[in-house]
Design a protein around this ligand. Structure first.
Ligand code: ME8
Length: 642
């Protein structure tokens, strides 16, 4: 059996329903798995639930429930959430299943027989929420040292079985050195190396049997530690010791994803050491991504601030009028696009709605609506004849950058590439002024513009399919291409609309009117053709997001290799900033020094020709050229402009 690209998520504790944090890992894993399929690579995607933690038994007992009934219910609710987010997993493993328990017990026995597991007495501080033992020296103010937890710990002394982790430190370090892409991102890899270099202690891998967990074979007064049990899911589900063909087709895993909370100690140290003890290959890539906060705060059950993906989708659908399927896609899109994979992200409904309006209603929605609007106004809704599309270079560039992003495990970069292409499509329509071509009867050119825009929309629909599967299908349906297989290699082809069905325009992303808008927002109407496009308003809240300030230019110098750019040093009152400005063709450097200007102070810093520009100066243009904006009378540097 040929090897499949095998992707895993952590198996989640079933003590609560999933929030956007768990959803994030699973969505990104699903995007990678769907990307593989799009590229024609056989993929296998595993997720599941971790059900033997002591905290789960405690949660069940506190509700007066039998732990098995409790986990059955919650595991089902995880599946439901994944189904609702269109997660296409290939297997869902539960650690209470016999196929998993049998493998855990067999591995325990094998490692005991070969001396990697031994019996001894252990005394240590136990954090129950993290299911982890710590040394006294590791505690922070007497509490759990995990920055995501910091809860009280208990002193526990038990006779236990140990895994001989201490024997694997040097081997792990050598492996990490020889496989630079094994642990990602780089910053977290360095953390792992530092952790291993401190010296690894053997790990206690059993607990007293209180009726919940996998019994130690031959010593049933004890159960196996939940982490030793849980990590094995990645191979028990892959057929280890039960289905040799399946195992050969899956192991080693290609991509194991998890959050930074369980990256260093468990997945990058304990797990590879267990695999080394079993003489199995290590996974190709382990990625520890960042954590999401909500409005700047840690997601916490006690604070009650957790947001579920279903709630995000529902609120968006109510606010915008977008369909439930598209709204679910928007959750997936937002989580994949909003932050660089690996770093932390902060969720707020404002940024969620903002991204929806700007990227989806404005950019993608606009391209789709105006293109189909053009077709209906100028071509009776019929698809134009195929020709050499004028945006093929932009499409090919997007394909290259997209693949580069996905192969570097940077999904947001892949999406950036798609949006660069979408924006090029919108600009193309604006520049080509098809309404003018129609007026002047330039039929062939008009056909080419329509074909090029349609080809770009079709390319976008295929490229977004791993992230927004429903939206992708809906766009293709509107282009008359329902039911066609999505093929990457088919993005540029001689006749993309061969035998296409009827074109049916239906806006997919109705704009949300403004921040905090009432829930009775009506869906937008079919967008008019480009020349009739109505003026668009922004709300006062949108305007308030701009931090406009007065700055005073302290120096201006040319940037090497850039004809138009000045590097300005600008006094902003409380600080001095570097700002790049394309003013060289219009002003002498000396003239600019000492002038007061208007600066967008909260624009994301951007590297331009090797110089990081921290803000943007405003200028206007008419037929006489470009003039920068300046206050009518002296205003102190840093003054706010309203
Ligand atoms: O640790 N931001 O399960 P768990 C981003 N059962 N990701 C988050 C997040 C957040 N705020 N909160 C949770 C366990 N996650 C074990 C795993 S695997 C053999 C056993 C995601 O339910 C992230 O992937 O606590 C994190 O690693 C995982 O949920 C923890 O899930």
């Amino acid at each position: 059996m040929s090897k499949k690209n095998y992707i895993t998520t952590p198996i989640y504790y079933v003590n609560d329903v999933p929030h956007i944090g768990n959803a994030y890992t699973t969505i990104i894993a699903d995007c990678f798995s769907r990307y593989n399929k799009l590229m024609g690579v056989p993929s296998f995607f595993l997720t599941g639930t971790d059900e033997h933690a002591t905290k789960i038994a405690a949660a069940a007992h506190s509700k007066g429930l039998d732990p098995k009934d409790f986990v059955d219910n919650l595991s089902a609710s995880f599946r439901k959430v994944w189904q609702d987010l269109d997660i296409e997993y290939d297997d869902f493993i539960r650690t209470t299943e016999p196929r998993h328990k049998d493998v855990v017990q067999a591995i325990f026995k094998q490692l005991l027989d070969q001396g990697d597991i031994y019996k001894g007495t252990y005394k240590g501080w136990y954090c129950s929420p993290c299911e982890t033992f710590f040394l006294e020296s590791e505690l922070v103010d007497g509490c759990c040292p995990n920055p995501e937890c910091r809860r009280p710990v208990q002193l526990v002394e038990e006779e236990n079985y140990y895994f001989r982790l201490s024997a694997y430190g040097d081997k792990l370090l050598a492996y990490i050195r020889e496989h630079p892409d094994f642990l990602m991102p780089e910053s977290r890899k360095n953390e792992v190396v530092g952790f291993i270099k401190q010296g690894l202690k053997d790990v206690s891998i059993t607990r007293r049997n209180t009726g919940w967990g996998i019994p130690v074979p031959g010593d049933e007064g004890m159960v196996i530690y939940v982490w030793f049990d849980a990590l094995i899911n990645y191979i028990s589900a892959a057929g280890y010791l039960s289905d040799a063909d399946r195992f050969t087709s899956l192991w080693p895993a290609d991509l194991q994803l998890m959050g930074k909370d369980i990256f260093v100690r468990f997945h990058s140290t304990f797990w590879p050491a267990m695999l080394m003890a079993l003489n199995l290959e290590l996974p190709k890539h382990l990625i520890g991504h960042g954590f999401w906060t909500i409005n700047g705060e840690k997601i916490s059950k006690s604070k009650g601030n957790a947001v579920s993906p279903a709630q995000m989708a529902q609120e968006l659908s109510e606010k915008s009028g977008a369909s439930p399927e598209v709204s679910r896609d928007v959750v997936r899109y937002y989580l994949a696009r909003e932050t660089t994979f690996g770093v932390d992200g902060d969720f707020s409904f404002d940024t969620f709605y903002g991204r929806y309006n700007s990227d989806l209603a404005n950019d993608l929605g606009n391209l789709l609506n105006r293109t189909l609007g053009m077709l209906s106004s100028y071509n009776d809704g019929k698809l134009p004849a195929p020709c050499q599309g004028e945006l093929r270079k932009e499409i090919c560039d997007a394909q290259t950058a997209y693949v580069r992003g996905m192969e570097a495990f940077a999904p947001n970069q892949a999406l950036d590439a798609v949006w660069t292409m979408i924006n090029a499509g919108n600009k193309f329509i604006q520049d080509k002024a098809p309404w003018q071509l129609k007026k002047e009867g330039r039929k062939e050119e008009l056909g080419s513009v329509m074909f090029s825009a349609l080809e770009t929309i079709r390319a976008a629909a295929i490229m977004i399919s791993p992230f927004m599967p429903n939206t992708s299908k809906e766009i293709l349906k509107q282009l008359g291409l329902s039911g066609r297989p999505l093929l990457w290699d088919d993005i540029i082809c001689s006749d993309p609309f061969e035998n296409a069905g009827e074109v049916k325009a239906q806006p997919i992303f109705p704009r949300i009117g403004g921040k905090g808008q009432a829930k009775d927002t009506k869906p937008e109407k079919q967008a008019p053709a480009a020349e009739e496009k109505k003026e668009e308003y922004i709300s006062i809240e949108d305007f308030a997001k701009l931090d406009l300030r007065v700055g005073k230019i302290l120096s201006a110098e040319r940037i090497e290799g850039a004809d138009k750019l000045y590097k300005l040093t600008v006094d902003m009152g409380s600080e001095t900033r570097t700002i790049c400005a394309g003013m060289a063709p219009f002003y002498e450097a000396d003239y600019m020094v000492g002038k007061s200007i208007v600066v967008i102070a909260n624009l994301q810093p951007r590297k331009i020709r090797g110089v990081v520009s921290h803000g943007m100066m405003l200028a206007g243009e008419d037929e006489n050229g470009v003039k920068f904006l300046s206050p009518e009378a002296e205003l102190a540097p840093g003054s706010k402009i309203r």
